[in-house]
Design a protein around this ligand. Sequence first.
Ligand SMILES: Nc1ncnc2c1ncn2[C@@H]1O[C@H](COP(=O)(O)OP(=O)(O)OP(=O)(O)O)[C@@H](O)[C@H]1O
Ligand SMILES: N[C@@H](CCO)C(=O)O
Length: 325
Amino acid sequence: MPVGARVSLRVPASSANLGPGYDTMGLALGLYDELTVTRTAEGLAFELEGEGAQTVPRTPEHLIVRAIRAAWAAAGLTGELPGLGIRARGRIPHSRGLGSSASAILAGVVAGSALLPEDLRLSEQALLQVCSDLEGHPDNVAPSLFGGLAISWGEEHPEGPRWRSARVPVDPRVHPVVAVPDYEVSTRLARELIPAQVPHALAAADAGRAALLVRALSGAPELLPAATRDYLHQEHRCEAMVPTARMVRALRDRGFAAVVSGAGPSVLVLAESADRAEQAAREMRHLGAEAAGQDPAAPHWRIEGLAIDASGVTLVDEERPIRRR
Ligand SMILES: Nc1ncnc2c1ncn2[C@@H]1O[C@H](COP(=O)(O)OP(=O)(O)OP(=O)(O)O)[C@@H](O)[C@H]1O
Ligand SMILES: N[C@@H](CCO)C(=O)O
């Protein structure tokens, strides 16, 4: 890895769970973080702009640096960190349920791998494993890695889950709309609110809706409102995101397939057509304004229709997705 070696990439945001697909389903969204990593003579230099630039530590503990290290460790390289320049432009808001941590991890691991000599670079399966181990679950990592809709699972193994993922083609009529509030909820906190066990009947109901969701997203979008009903996590997390829970409920009452995006607090609507996406955005604006009229402390919402990203993480200089192997 000579001084001056450089890699640039962009990585999409993601929305995990999609209602009943807790820790399993995720969709890549057309909102991107950009990263350039350069091998320098010595030291660690950061040039950060956009989301998180004022809050993340500019130290070896920075998530992207930890991820680069993890890629090199997976390739069998340990020891002192060489000189690195990290230039990052963040567009994915942090702690809002749009997969910022998974995207940062993926950016670091893919950049770290791409800087290695070809015979040491990580396979796609290894990228999925390293990133999901760091994140703790695969449902954001997989769509940001592969693009589109990903269904992921862990196969039992004595050393920990072996992460796997399958892609499912998405019906082009499906249009995501997100409402991102100006308050944060950490995923760690949101996970602590979920009980260790749930009644069998709820688990069965959730499994049914998750199966229906695959059908709805891949060719029957009219089923999306029914298919996005969740029984495992959203209700338990309400207390950490009351305005979000209210907006999801109000949108569902009006027939929209609204869910908490990831661990929240953003709201995601999976609209069954472009027209319905516009209606959802209008309704989200109306609900946000109505809440602000009743309570000056109500959150401000940024509402945006987003494309579904189909490519996943992409090496920018080469204008192509990472090599498939
Ligand atoms: N680009 C980044 N660079 C450095 N650290 C980051 C970056 N993106 C996220 N992080 C770290 O991850 C934290 C947010 O992760 P968290 O898992 O709580 O939420 P999220 O990934 O945005 O949402 P979710 O997991 O619900 O989709 C931030 O507070 C920050 O510490
Ligand atoms: N499945 C994860 C997604 C957020 O990282 C959760 O809901 O906690």
